[in-house]
Ligand binder design. Structure first.
Ligand code: CU
Length: 155
């Protein structure tokens, strides 16, 4: 019985350490817009024709209210979805369409590798490093926003 206690402590320490690291990596200061939504630092992963890519960004909602992402599209992809990453257990990660496309007022939602992302599927062109990909987002409050994301390998 006593053998399990140190193991439990170790598990807690490891969990705490990895959480702290994530927070440090996410320590970035943003200036929220006075109103509406602003998207900063958008970038896309490389992808092949008929393949997939992902776009990451920080979504800054300067309005007082939660905004909802209604639609996504890109001239480079046949299908675009907001995805979330989840733990499938046994060290496997999966992803699925987010059922909560909500962006709370006066806050920043960050899309990062291993987390929330915009998934580009059915690519109609190859996305190579140095190129750019266009993404259109439609929010219920902020309306339509277009961003241009440079394609780059994961850094
Ligand atoms: Cu995805």
């Amino acid at each position: 019985m006593n053998k399990f206690i140190p193991l439990l402590f170790l598990a807690i320490i490891l969990t705490t350490a990895s959480c702290a690291q994530e927070e440090t990596a996410g320590e970035q200061e943003f200036v929220l817009p006075d109103d509406g939504i602003e998207i900063v630092d958008a970038w896309a992963r490389p992808g092949r024709v008929n393949g997939v890519s992902a776009i990451y960004m920080h979504v800054l909602n300067g309005s007082a209210d939660t905004d909802t992402l209604l639609a996504l599209s890109s001239p480079s992809a046949g299908l675009v979805e907001l995805h979330e990453t989840f733990d499938r257990g046994e060290g496997m990660m999966g992803m699925r369409e987010s059922e909560e496309p909500y962006f709370p007022g006066k806050s920043v939602v960050s899309m990062r590798p291993g987390g929330l992302h915009v998934m580009l599927m059915q690519l109609n062109e190859a996305l190579n490093e140095g190129q750019e990909v266009e993404l259109n987002l439609v929010f219920s409050g902020a309306g339509e926003i277009s961003v241009t994301a440079p394609v780059r390998s994961r850094d």
